[in-house]
Each structure stands twice: as C-alpha cells, then as structure tokens.
Design a protein around this ligand. Sequence first.
Ligand code: NAD
Ligand code: GLY
Length: 355
Amino acid sequence: MATTTTTVELGERSYPIVIGHGLLGRYDLAAHVQGRDCLVVSNETVAPLYLKALTVCLGGKSVASIALKDGEAWKTLSAVESILDRLVESGANRDTTVIALGGGVVGDIAGFAAACYMRGVGFIQVPTTLLAQVDSSVGGKTGVNHPGGKNLVGAFHQPRIVLIDTDTLQTLPDRELKAGLAEVIKHGAIADAGFFAWLEANMPALLARDPEALAHAVRRSCEIKAAVVAEDEREAGRRAILNFGHTFGHAIERCQGYGEWLHGEAVAAGMVMAAALSDIDDEARGRIAALIESAGLPAAPPKIGSAAMSAAMGMDKKVQDKKLRFVLLDRLGHAFTTADFDAQRLAAIVAAVDG
Ligand code: NAD
Ligand code: GLY
C-alpha cells in the first residue's frame, strides 16, 4: 500500500495529510519540525502503544512528552493548563512544536494549548482513532468542553502536517472503529455518491480492518474534508455541511448526558433523521439507514422523549426566536444547509423518540 499525500489548501498555511501504513517508527517527521524542541501530548492509553515509535520519527529533536488522562471527561481547561505549565517549566519558546498523538480528545486539547501558548506555536497531528483520522485532525478546530457546553472554549489553529498511520487502527476498540465509520459514511452521503456506493460494497472489509480498505476510506474522507475546509476554513458557510446529522446527534448526546452513546453513534442515528427531513427519494433514505446498520451503528434514536429532544435542539418555547438550521441532502452525495425545512415533518421525526 503506497503512502499518499493530500494537501489542505490554505495559502501559506497549507499543509499535507500523509496517509500510509507502517509510518510510525519510519516516517521522517523531524523534517516538518521547525525548531529543536517538541512536546508530544498523548494519553495514558495511547502513549504506551505508540509514543516510542513516534519518537523514532523525531530523531535529532529534543522530545518531551505528557500523558493526559483518557476520556472526554478530561477534555477541560485544566488539561490545557497542565500542558501550558509544562511548556513554561521547560522554557519552551515560539519555535517549540506541540504534537498530538491520540484520538480527537487529545488532538483538540493539544491543539488548543498550541494555539494559546505564546499566541500560537507549531502544531502537528498524529491521529490514532478512525474518527480523528477522518475528521478531527483535519481542519484546525481545537478546543475543550466547559460545564456550560461541549467544545465551548476553543480556537482555529491549523496543524503543520497530519501524519496518519492506518496501522494504529488495528488496536482500536471495535466500538470506536464503528463510531469513526459514522463520519466516513457522512462524507459519502454529503459529497460523493460513488464513495457511498464503495462503502456499501466494502463495509465487511472495513469492519474486518482490511488495511487497504481502511486506507482508502481514510484517504477519501480526508480529501473530502480537505476540500471543504479549503473552501471555508472558518465555517462562514459551506463547512457547515460537515455537520450532517449533528443537530440531531448533538441533541441525543445532550439528552443522554454525554458518554452513553459515542459521538459517532449519535451522529449515525442523527443522519437517518436528517435524511428523513431531506427531500430525497425513499430508496436513498433506505440506503443511508442500511449502510449505517451494516456498520453496526444505530439507525434509530434512543427513546429520550420528544420534549427533551426538542429542548436540546433549541426547538422549545424559550428559544422560539432562534431559527433552526439543518444540513439536508438534495440527493445522495450532495448536502446543503437551510433554515427552510418542513416543520411538520420535523415534528413527526422528533415525535419518534417518545417511548
Ligand atoms: P477519543 O479521543 O476519546 O478516543 C477514543 C478512545 O480510543 C480513547 O479511549 C483513546 O484513548 C483510545 N485510543 C485512541 N487511539 C487508539 C488506538 N490506536 N488504539 C487503542 N485505543 C486508542 O475519541 P475520538 O472519537 O477519537 O474523538 C472524539 C473527540 O473528537 C470529541 O471530543 C469530539 O468533540 C472531537 N471532535 C473534534 C473535531 C474537530 O474538528 N476538532 C471533529 C470531530 C470530533
Ligand atoms: N467536524 C466538523 C468540522 O470540522 O467542521
């Protein structure tokens, strides 16, 4: 399997996404590090698996590391503070590079710390979950949760390179692999009907972690996300299509209190709901639900109650003036955002979460 490179085209801040297998322990990442000093931010699960191999890629550099606690619950400002403390204590300067080794949680925290330290130091993403490889490591969104909301505190801070070793997916728990597949399916649904059909044919291979199939899914997802980000880095418009299924999905997560379903699981059910709200034919809706089911993901929301779901979506009376916007499909492989949707149909979709 060849190593490939996709570029996120952002003028002088453009950066490569290098995708291949066997890259950790072999790829010359040091060539992408400006100064001498690197701080690798990982967590207590991923560091024992891959930190040694990443350090080999940084030969000739001075490499320090920090292992955060594992889990969304630790995606907090205090985790950022612990990284900043370490940077200050070690006398890090503007040439220091922060490297995230882990899933989306580690990437979001480390990226935000890199954005804050000295108003921004170099940042590199080495994502090790499928979700991080196909979504969170690309595009520069960084941040942490606040008691008042998920991802409420953050910054845009693009990495200098994203290094994806698809071999790391072999150690990923099954449930996390499937959650990542939800975002892969999303990319097909919103931007590439041919890729969607490829996923239908190759889902068994993906679930069996066939290296070639995984590499193709990661590569095509990164190409799609890179193109959207290049068009609309700060989400002034088009980038919002990446949130297909997320209005419903976030509401599911919020109602459950976070942590019951994984983000990808909630997005999976959310995509089926968003497809139901879209003006597409029944065959396309059926294909979306079937692909999600074939990935072992939920195609229906949990019975969280329509009142709670409406409130979580901002549909309740208190926020009546706020106009809801949805990402909908006008055909399989093409999405758009709109505030002009069938309110009756939405009410029926939300009513389905009553027990
Ligand atoms: P995660 O980072 O919590 O990783 C999932 C689990 O897998 C963790 O326990 C982790 O330690 C473990 N793990 C990671 N790599 C492993 C490997 N190779 N082998 C074995 N175990 C491994 O979860 P995630 O799904 O990667 O990321 C979710 C986070 O990403 C959320 O906080 C979400 O808000 C964020 N996110 C950010 C963006 C963005 O654009 N910045 C986009 C989507 C999601
Ligand atoms: N995950 C959506 C985005 O990066 O814009």
